[in-house]
Ligand binder design. Structure first.
Ligand SMILES: C[S@@+](CC[C@H](N)C(=O)[O-])C[C@H]1O[C@@H](n2cnc3c(N)ncnc32)[C@H](O)[C@@H]1O
Length: 284
């Protein structure tokens, strides 16, 4: 059963303290406009080759799940400033990047690799990349920023060639829900645990990004339980044939709690990766 919960804005780490009105609702904002405002901050965070997590965990993990051969046509869905598009192009793929934000696309096009084709468009819109098909579609850290999954998954199915595959990576929907999950310390057992306050309800959570705190503009994380992803994939004729859960590559500095922190880091995954392929009856 689906329920939707509305929550107050939260901050990305590093944001300065600022009072927010709880009545502000993010869901009516156009995704392009929201991410246009965040593009400069995101570009500075990610740069040419990616953040630490992208380089150490997400890119190699997603690339291994895709299995591609040189020259394959790949769609980087919600490509942002093109960081994974560049990675794929460097590996010899023919890459198209699609993103709804004009500013993100502008940052992507300003980078040196001119063989990548970038288009501005909404992943939810059935008119986006009409008539185009790909050997693989990949969507990294972006489905949780898209309001409605069913139209995206139908588009993914439409964009896949027979034998194609779709790989999606999100922050883990069971353990990383803004405002609803936290680390805690159990002094008796001397363990670091993960507390989950809300999981089964869908929610739209506004997130302030640090340089935008003054302008009161925020991006939105849409939390949905695992079944929401599986349902949307199945309804679009996509079958999950791979699932991986990725933990942090980091370790704590030696200290009283470092052993417990490292254990918790290895037990509680940060990211969920799913691979889906066209269901047999819809392939081809
Ligand atoms: C957190 S960024 C991730 C970007 C990139 N995939 C990466 O890994 O660096 C989320 C991206 O999703 C894009 N986005 C949000 N809603 C979208 C939509 N409906 N269609 C296409 N892109 C969208 C935003 O513009 C933004 O670039």
């Amino acid at each position: 059963m689906r329920r939707t919960v509305k929550t107050k804005p939260t901050r990305r780490s590093g944001a300065s303290k600022q009072k927010m009105s709880s009545a502000r609702r993010p869901v009516s904002k156009k995704p392009a406009a929201v991410w246009d405002q965040a593009a400069q901050w995101y570009d500075a965070l990610v740069g040419l080759k990616g953040s630490e997590y992208q380089k150490s965990v997400i890119f190699p993990g997603a690339f291994a799940m895709l299995p591609l051969k040189k020259g394959d046509a790949v769609l980087d869905l919600a490509c942002g400033q093109g960081v994974f598009s560049r990675y794929l192009s460097h590996e010899g793929m023919k890459v198209t990047g699609l993103d709804t934000s004009e500013e993100m696309i502008r940052f992507a096009r300003s980078r040196p690799d001119k063989s990548i084709r970038y288009e501005q468009g909404d992943a939810q819109d059935s008119a986006s990349l009409k008539g185009k098909t790909f050997d693989a579609v990949v969507c990294l850290l972006a489905l949780q920023n898209i309001e409605s999954l069913p139209p995206v998954m139908h588009n993914v199915r439409r964009w896949l060639k027979p034998g194609g595959r779709f790989v999606m990576v999100t922050t883990h929907p069971c353990f990383r829900i803004p405002r609803q999950t936290h680390w805690g310390w159990d002094a008796q057992k001397k363990i670091q645990y993960r507390r989950v306050d809300l999981y089964g309800s869908e929610s739209a959570i506004p997130i302030l990004t640090p340089p935008l705190a003054q302008s009161k503009i925020f991006t939105v994380t849409y939390h949905r339980p695992l079944q929401g992803y599986f349902q949307a994939l199945a309804e679009a004729g996509l079958c999950v044939d791979g699932l991986e859960e990725w933990t942090s590559h980091k370790t704590s500095e030696p200290g009283q709690r470092s052993k417990a922190e490292n254990r918790a880091r290895k037990e509680i995954p940060l990211f969920l990766a799913l691979r889906a392929v066209p269901a047999p009856s819809t392939d081809g």
